[in-house]
Design a protein around this ligand. Structure first.
Ligand code: ZN
Length: 316
């Protein structure tokens, strides 16, 4: 009998990934493709093509199921996608039914943050941990909660939505309509805007050298690079970002009491300086003396977490 394999699909607003995951957690192969913006049929069509292409290169494996993580709200029980703010063509589509019909195998649908959390729990930095808090920091801020070795979302799938926790009352406006959410204060655009403001007030900075003075070329990566070289403007932005993230983690610790806090996503690549700032804030809040700040560590699976997690839906 040929060895079994699960297909994991990580659907994003601009790109999607498809991968084949073994029961032991080995990602045999994965590929990345643009997500067509036109309509749901086109999206499902390219997923089918990419998936079948992948399977054709692993004929020795038997597909046992398909999992998909989507950037929005889903009904896991039925496989229906309710709402995808960054991929509205998928609103109301029953992705579970469609994928099951396409591949002739059972299919599971989950939110992408759920998948990332499940991936870190089973195959990443959270292996063997019972209670876990995950934050993913990128264009937006996502999160996930694990209690007693199970990823939880709650009845309205709100558990872990740490990106919309208020950490600065009256602060920057968030995409959700509220003000001062973590996502508005500490994600990619907030870091860039904070940097531009400081540069425009005339502070000399290495960032100008790195970007040739073009503010449009400022990215978290550039900020991190300058911070590592001791640049004051960049250091201040990284410290402030870490402080906001640290505040959110303090609040979350009170609710979740995690054994471990994992931080992933593009912003996490800012590195140790950011983690230091986060740990400083968490440490400063006295009540957390019992929480070991060294338990705040980077996630392990990088941008493959979604694919691992979608495949893991099948093995769960
Ligand atoms: Zn918000």
């Amino acid at each position: 009998m040929s060895e079994q394999v699960a297909m994991g699909i990580d659907l994003g607003g601009t790109t999607f990934k498809v991968g084949l995951l073994t029961g032991e957690g080995e990602l045999l192969e994965s590929s990345s493709h643009p997500t067509p913006p036109d309509n749901a049929l086109a999206v499902l069509g390219v997923i089918e093509t990419a998936g079948k292409d992948l399977l054709s290169r692993h004929m020795d494996r038997a597909l046992v199921g398909v999992g998909i993580g989507v950037p929005g709200q889903v009904v896991p029980e039925t496989g229906a996608i309710v709402r995808c703010p960054n991929l509205e063509v998928m609103d109301g589509v029953n992705a579970g039914e469609r994928l099951a019909a396409t591949f002739g195998m059972p299919a599971w649908v989950a939110n992408d943050a759920f998948c990332a959390t499940l991936a870190e729990l089973r195959y990443g930095a959270g292996r063997g941990v019972q209670n876990l808090l995950l934050l993913t920091l990128g264009t937006g801020v996502g999160g996930g909660v694990v209690l007693d070795n199970k990823v939880r979302r709650g009845p309205r799938q709100l558990m872990g939505e740490i990106g919309h926790m208020t950490i600065a009352p009256g602060g920057r406006r968030c995409g959700c309509g509220s003000f001062g959410c973590l996502e508005a204060m500490a994600a990619k655009q907030a870091m860039i805007d904070m940097t531009v403001e400081r540069l425009q007030s005339g502070r000399p900075s290495l960032i100008d050298e790195l970007t040739g003075g073009d503010d449009n070329a400022i990215t978290p990566r550039v900020i991190a690079q300058a911070a590592q070289q001791g640049d004051k403007v960049a250091r201040r932005v990284v410290d402030q970002t870490g402080h906001y993230i640290g505040l959110a983690i303090c609040n979350a610790i009170l609710l979740v009491d995690p054994d471990l806090v994992l931080i992933g996503g593009g912003i996490a690549a800012t590195g140790e300086l950011l983690f230091d700032a986060i740990r400083r804030t968490v440490k400063h809040v006295g009540i957390f003396a019992q929480f070991d700040v060294n338990k705040i560590v980077p996630a392990a699976l990088g941008n493959h977490a979604g694919t691992y997690g979608a495949g893991a839906l099948v093995w769960e």
